[in-house]
Design a protein around this ligand. Structure first.
Ligand SMILES: Cc1cc2nc3c(=O)[nH]c(=O)nc-3n(C[C@H](O)[C@H](O)[C@H](O)COP(=O)(O)OP(=O)(O)OC[C@H]3O[C@@H](n4cnc5c(N)ncnc54)[C@H](O)[C@@H]3O)c2cc1C
Ligand code: FES
Length: 349
């Protein structure tokens, strides 16, 4: 069955098959609805069902409470249509990404450069006829067989988009990243879809910004920093980068160079498994931010990285007084098919 779904207030009508999520169908139609993790955790895709019904492939997603469901809310990254017609009120996004067009494009792996033991820089070359417009902070999906996809943030800024740059962390047992590290070669062809996501810097804000990255969560923050700094933005920017060991802080030479060039930039690396001779900050990166900034409400916060870090930031920063509308994040979550496999095996996170 294919359902007809009307999205308000824009009145766009999309066709959604019973096996795909409403968010995926919208993105396929070029409508960049609010979302982040696509795993049912972050609630960025929450919307109100005005008429018709939805179902979930398994249990209620963790990001939606039974009460919210009873009030008519749904998480569009997980919800499938359960009636022939549906009307959904989606959140309006007054963000810079509203105008970017999601496209499916072939590309070639131009270079693969190891950055750290488990991190690879991947540069993708697009066909010369393609003009790929995106906003710093957004991500792309790499398409796998069977319409499955894997998400990776763009690490380069839009003003330097001759090639798309990704920082890919190897996931043990991961279908795509394992292949990338073990058997994929330069010049191979891939298909990507993008740009995607709502993670973008609010340049109209007057507040200083704290950028908090965990591991390869540095990638979208790098795109934002380069975009701002290389265009002469002088607002105070403080990058906190959390990693296990010093080797995982794979971009330090570049950051240290920026510190000599841009007086408005501050940098705090935080190691969770520091060596005995480490004299810098240690522990969890979000805890370092909380310790340094008792008045979080004075800042805008941009966070990207593992789901556990984003969860901690969403709860603890808001509890410490950060207004929710000053927190912007991308949660590097599991791909929906990997999560479904984990759930089927009874080991979902
Ligand atoms: C919006 C967004 C942006 C992202 N940007 C980046 C990026 O810039 N760089 C980057 O390295 N990653 C990024 N990720 C995470 C990345 O998409 C996953 O790590 C990737 O999909 C893993 O693919 P795979 O096929 O290798 O593993 P899969 O085959 O999907 O997973 C295999 C197993 O690995 C585990 N696993 C899967 N994903 C994760 C995870 N994220 N963390 C911990 N364990 C996991 C699970 O146990 C799973 O069963 C992003 C994710 C999202 C949602
Ligand atoms: S819960 Fe749907 S995008 Fe995160």
């Amino acid at each position: 069955m294919t359902s007809s779904v009307t999205l308000l207030p824009g009145r766009q009508v999309i066709a959604v098959t019973e096996s795909e999520s409403i968010l995926d169908a919208a993105l396929r139609a070029g409508i960049n609805l609010p979302h982040s993790c696509k795993g049912g955790h972050c609630a960025s895709c929450r919307a109100r069902i005005l008429s018709g019904a939805v179902r979930y492939p398994s249990d209620l997603p963790p990001g939606l409470t039974p009460q919210e469901q009873a009030e008519g809310f749904a998480l569009l990254c997980q919800a499938r249509p359960a009636s022939a017609e549906l009307t959904i009120e989606v959140r309006q996004t007054h963000t810079p990404v509203a105008d970017t067009q999601v496209r499916s494009i072939p590309c070639r792996i131009e270079h693969m450069t190891p950055l750290a033991p488990d991190v690879m820089e991947v540069r993708l070359r697009l066909p010369q006829s393609e003009v790929f417009t995106f906003i710093a902070g957004q991500y792309i999906d790499i398409m796998l067989p069977g319409s499955r996809r894997r998400s990776f943030s763009l690490a380069n800024p839009p003003h330097d988009a001759g090639q798309l740059e990704l920082h890919v962390r190897r996931v043990r047992g991961g279908e795509f990243t394992q292949q990338l590290f073990e058997s994929m070669k330069e010049k191979m062809l891939l298909r990507i879809e993008g740009p995607l996501g709502q993670f973008a810097f609010r340049e109209d804000s007057v507040r200083p910004a704290l950028l908090v990255g965990g591991g390869t969560g540095y990638a979208p923050l790098r795109a934002m920093l380069r975009s701002l700094l290389e265009r002469g933005d002088t607002r105070p920017l403080h990058l906190y980068w959390g990693a296990a060991t010093q080797a995982d802080l794979y971009a330090e030479p570049e950051i240290r160079q920026w510190l000599t060039q841009y007086p408005n930039l501050q940098y705090t690396p935080v190691l969770s498994a520091p060596p005995a001779d480490w004299s810098g900050r240690s522990g969890l990166v979000h805890a370092a931010v909380l310790a340094d900034h008792p008045r979080l409400a004075d800042f805008d916060i941009y966070a990207a990285g593992p789901p556990a870090m984003i969860e901690a930031i969403r709860h603890e920063f808001v509890a410490a007084g950060l207004p929710r509308d000053q927190l912007f994040f991308d949660s590097f979550d599991y791909a929906p098919d990997a999560l479904a496999k984990l759930k089927a095996a009874g080991v979902a996170p």
